[in-house]
Design a protein around this ligand. Structure first.
Ligand code: ISL
Length: 575
């Protein structure tokens, strides 16, 4: 059979993305904050790992109420991170190594220190008043009871005018008014500014929240409180697809770039509306169904940290795999800067840290879609447990602390346990480069404390150890690039209800792969479909495979194996 014509396959379908949280990646000037020249210094490391695209969390001027997700100037680099010349050099040097760079588009809201908001707030008559969402209260109360992501009402009363402005996140992150065509034009101009510099794509922050129902109706009551949620009402709002299609028509269609929308609360069917072929919107979305499992029904949301059951994770991920196959495109992730470390949440970060971090890598990277690796995931970095809340910097954690304590009567120990499990700072402690002081992250005082386990878990040690998590990532990345079935094949979940084994088959006309991931620290027998009994072991995170060549494998703690079925008659192997 002649090789398939791959020239029509968009580059981002073959890409592996690496997310950098610049504040915590590498400091180059000793101020304790990561920066662009620090990233520059690590490009060769990233190249060795084998990733293709770097997504930088926001690098723009910001008062850092939410670590750069509150932007005060979209066209300026955050001074702590460097200069525009540094960015241009980084882009040039990345491109010279065949690495692409995507930026974070945060346009649901700005900082309250953005000149647009300063002007908007100055008077109800301001010609920028309508850049943001202003409403009068009702009988001295906010327009509705929607709750912000960072605790409290989404409405902030402005003392000068007595009106309220909307902020789905912190009060220093006022929401832009996307109903206003001038706002949309400003955003599109800003996007072109960066794309014309050669930026290769956008990760789009909370992109499914841009359109709000303009009557701001009440949401459903939150059980046990006098509050009502608005979330279901501002996710995927009435004009959302019109706005994204306009953005695509005006901007994205004119550049060969990659786009991924951050879309909490989106099902596969809704996801396909954002990323479906021919929709003229985005390339892919980040859904949250696996990382938010159970949170929305738990008493205190994610802070209740409801237990996870593997069959639920499998069901969610399988639904996305099959739901988007041939219709859209998946993004694959366990980790990001808002989530606890994957190995701590889904694996075992104590006695089986290495095995389980490798297993999570295999299970994720053999699915269909574009994988996203969050800095340190390739080392198996773990959650952190700081002794006191004083060490925590994240606004979400700090605000939640007050609410959990004052309104729900939780004591410090209970709050700390919740933060250890689900706090965002788990992911934001500095990257571990070596066993040098501060893990080689900075020569100054780091902006947030390090995870004390860096002398054992660091990039230098990992690169030197052929059995490290790092080398497993590198090998799996290389393998998926060599196997078109990983990009193109169908996905079939096996034994959906099995409580500890995640098993699936990937298949195209040439190749069949069986992927097995054992989510448990014991051993477990596992039946192998007949087609794979004599399969070739392409990947294994243990030195042995017990039962190989028979119908029954014995999986060791957190073992992950990929088997390739013997080729069918007359069909040549793809590589
Ligand atoms: O982090 C979350 C839960 O702990 C999410 O609800 C998160 O707030 C949501 O996914 C939106 O996240 C994005 O926008 C926020 C910013 O704080 C996050 O870092 C960003 O990823 C506001 O810009």
């Amino acid at each position: 059979m002649p090789p398939a014509d791959t020239s029509l396959i968009p580059w981002w379908k073959d890409a592996v993305v690496y997310q950098i949280y610049p504040r915590s990646f590498q400091d180059s000037d000793g101020d304790g904050v990561g920066d662009l020249r620090g990233i520059l210094r690590r490009l060769d490391y990233l190249k060795r790992l084998g990733v293709d695209v770097l997504w930088l969390s926001p690098i723009f001027a910001s008062p850092n109420d939410d670590n750069g997700y509150d932007i005060s100037n979209y066209r300026a680099i955050m001074p702590e991170f460097g200069t525009m010349a540094d960015f241009e050099e980084l882009l040039r040097e990345a491109h010279a190594r065949g690495l692409k760079i995507m930026l974070d588009l945060v346009v649901n809201h700005t900082s309250d220190e953005h000149p647009w908001f300063i002007e908007s707030r100055s008077s109800p008559q301001s010609d920028k008043r309508d850049y943001y969402v202003w409403r009068k209260g009702v009988d001295g109360q906010p327009p509705n009871h929607w709750q912000s992501f960072f605790s409290g009402s989404v409405w902030e009363k402005d003392a000068a005018s007595g009106e309220y402005y909307l902020h789905l996140f912190s009060r220093k992150q006022p929401d832009l008014n996307w109903e206003n065509p001038t706002v949309r034009r400003e955003v599109y101009d800003m996007m072109r500014f960066w794309l014309d510099k050669g930026v290769d794509g956008w990760r789009m922050d909370t992109i499914n929240m841009l359109s709000k129902p303009q009557d701001f109706p009440e949401g459903r009551p939150i059980p046990g409180t006098r509050l009502t949620e608005g979330q279901p009402l501002f996710l995927n709002g009435p004009r959302i697809h019109e706005f994204i299609q306009e953005m695509h028509r005006e901007v994205l269609a004119h550049y060969d770039v990659m786009t991924v929308g951050e879309t909490p609360g989106v099902s596969p069917a809704e996801g396909a509306l954002y990323c479906g072929a021919g929709r003229g919107e985005l390339n892919m979305v980040f859904h949250f169904e696996h990382v938010f499992l159970g949170d929305d029904t738990a008493e205190r949301g994610k802070w209740s940290n409801p237990p996870l059951a593997l069959p639920d994770i499998k069901r969610v991920l399988a639904r996305w795999q099959t739901g988007l196959h041939g219709r859209g495109w998946n993004s694959l992730y366990w980790d990001n800067h808002d989530q606890p470390r994957a190995v701590s949440r889904f694996g075992n970060d104590r006695e089986f840290r290495v095995e389980s971090a490798k297993m999570l890598c295999t299970v994720l990277l053999f699915m269909q879609g574009t994988p996203y690796i969050y800095q340190g995931q390739e080392l198996g970095m773990t959650n952190v447990s700081f002794e006191s809340l004083d060490h925590y910097k994240d606004i979400e954690t700090r605000n939640a602390y007050k609410v959990l304590r004052e309104e729900h009567g939780w004591d410090d120990a209970r709050i700390l346990a919740a933060v250890y499990a689900r706090g965002r700072d788990n992911a934001r402690t500095p990257m571990h480069w070596s066993s040098a002081p501060h893990a080689g992250f900075t020569e100054g005082t780091p902006w947030i404390a390090l995870n004390p386990n860096y002398p054992d878990i660091n990039a230098e040690a990992a690169e030197a150890d052929p059995h490290s998590v790092w080398h497993h990532y590198r090998a799996v990345i290389a393998l998926r690039k060599a196997l078109p079935v990983v990009r193109d094949g169908t996905f079939t979940l096996l034994d959906a209800e099995h409580p500890t084994v995640f098993a699936y088959v990937r298949e195209d006309a040439h190749t069949r792969l069986l992927v097995l991931g054992h989510f448990h620290g014991g051993s477990q027998t596992c039946r192998v479909p007949a087609a794979f009994v004599d399969g070739e072991v392409l990947s294994n995170n243990h030195p042995v495979l017990e039962g190989a060549g028979t119908e029954e494998l014995r999986l060791l703690p957190y073992q992950a194996v990929v088997l390739r079925a013997p080729t069918r008659t007359g069909v040549s192997r793809p590589e």
